[in-house]
Design a protein around this ligand. Structure first.
Ligand SMILES: Nc1nc(=O)c2c([nH]1)NC[C@@H]1CN(c3ccc(C(=O)N[C@@H](CCC(=O)O)C(=O)O)cc3)CN21
Ligand SMILES: CC(C)C(=O)C(=O)O
Ligand SMILES: [Mg+2]
Length: 271
């Protein structure tokens, strides 16, 4: 069965409708034109040109060395390869932290490269920057919980919001980011119970989970993790969809189907 009803480009409005109607959003990272074409035909709704390209393409230990030049180049490659998926590009470390003006200047470069939305990491403290971009016509995806650009502050790639204070912090972050106008929000490595509550208190912002349980409005994975080609240690939230699949197309189609029918993530992928 195909989830591709037509080839009309997906808009932010359509993603809001999917949340409202309880249809799950399938998001996947992608860094080049060939895979953009492939994930489009497999029914992926949102492609993320993630700064995880530092890890999976460049062999870096973290996302911190990724630059604007890298992100612009890969966003251009992805944009040439697909038409239907909504294209989100990560703002790399240091490209939006100084000021809203710096964030706007760099967001404009990603939008010119073909992104339809930019993603930035951070909670309530980023709300002012989110509002500044949204007011100026740049859709923003927020990213809370485990924020890999802060790995040296967080002390590792660990679950966030485990205790009561941490969970309350995440809730306040989510509400502030929605208020600032973020259209989507990734929650990474958050207990499923906390992600469920946050998803339920939001009015319109769709939540996309990665290690955040099955009740988010959508899910995201790193392409190389889904295909089992990343040589590093993978997290608990990863499922290798090449297991039992006869081709890359079948694996990606299997991921989309599992997100849509709610069978991914299963309990074994959650915290
Ligand atoms: N290939 C890849 N996949 C990713 O999901 C990813 C990247 N790279 N690079 C950027 C960040 C880093 N991420 C990571 C990296 C490692 C773990 C990990 O090893 N998690 C362990 C728990 C570690 C602990 O609690 O000490 C796990 O079992 O989930 C999680 C997220 C997520 N992002
Ligand atoms: C894992 C996702 C959410 C991400 O930020 C990335 O791939 O860079
Ligand atoms: Mg990222």
């Amino acid at each position: 069965m195909s989830y591709l009803q037509d080839n009309k480009p997906i808009t932010l409005f359509e993603l809001g409708k999917m949340r409202a109607e309880g249809r799950k959003i399938a998001m996947l990272t992608c860094y080049d034109a060939s895979f953009a074409t492939l994930v489009e035909r497999c029914g992926v709704d949102v492609v993320l040109v993630g700064d995880s390209l530092g890890n999976v393409l460049q062999g870096q230990k973290s996302t911190l060395p990724v630059t604007m030049e890298h992100m612009v180049y890969h966003t251009e490659c992805v944009a040439r390869g697909c038409n239907r998926p909504f294209i989100v590009a990560d703002m790399p470390f240091g490209s939006y932290h100084e000021s809203p003006a710096q964030a706007m200047r760099n967001a404009a470069r990603l939008m010119s490269a073909g992104a339809q939305m930019v993603k930035l990491e951070g909670g309530e403290f980023m709300a002012e920057t989110v509002h500044f971009l949204v007011e100026r016509g740049v859709p923003v995806c927020a990213h809370i919980g485990l924020t890999p650009q802060s790995v040296h502050q967080l002390g590792g790639y660990r679950v966030q919001g485990r205790n009561e204070a941490g969970a309350e912090r995440l809730k306040a972050d989510a509400l502030a980011l929605e208020d600032a106008g973020a259209g989507l929000m990734v929650m990474e490595m958050v207990p499923a119970t906390v992600a469920t509550e946050i998803t339920s208190i939001l009015k319109s912002m769709a939540t996309i989970g990665i290690g955040a349980g099955p009740s988010c409005d959508g899910q995201v994975l790193v392409l190389h993790d889904l295909l089992g080609v990343y040589p590093g240690k993978t997290a608990r939230f990863v499922r290798n969809f090449m297991n039992g699949a006869g081709s890359i197309d079948e694996a990606v189609t299997g991921y989309v189907a599992a997100v849509k029918d709610g069978s991914f993530p299963a309990a074994e992928h959650c915290y």
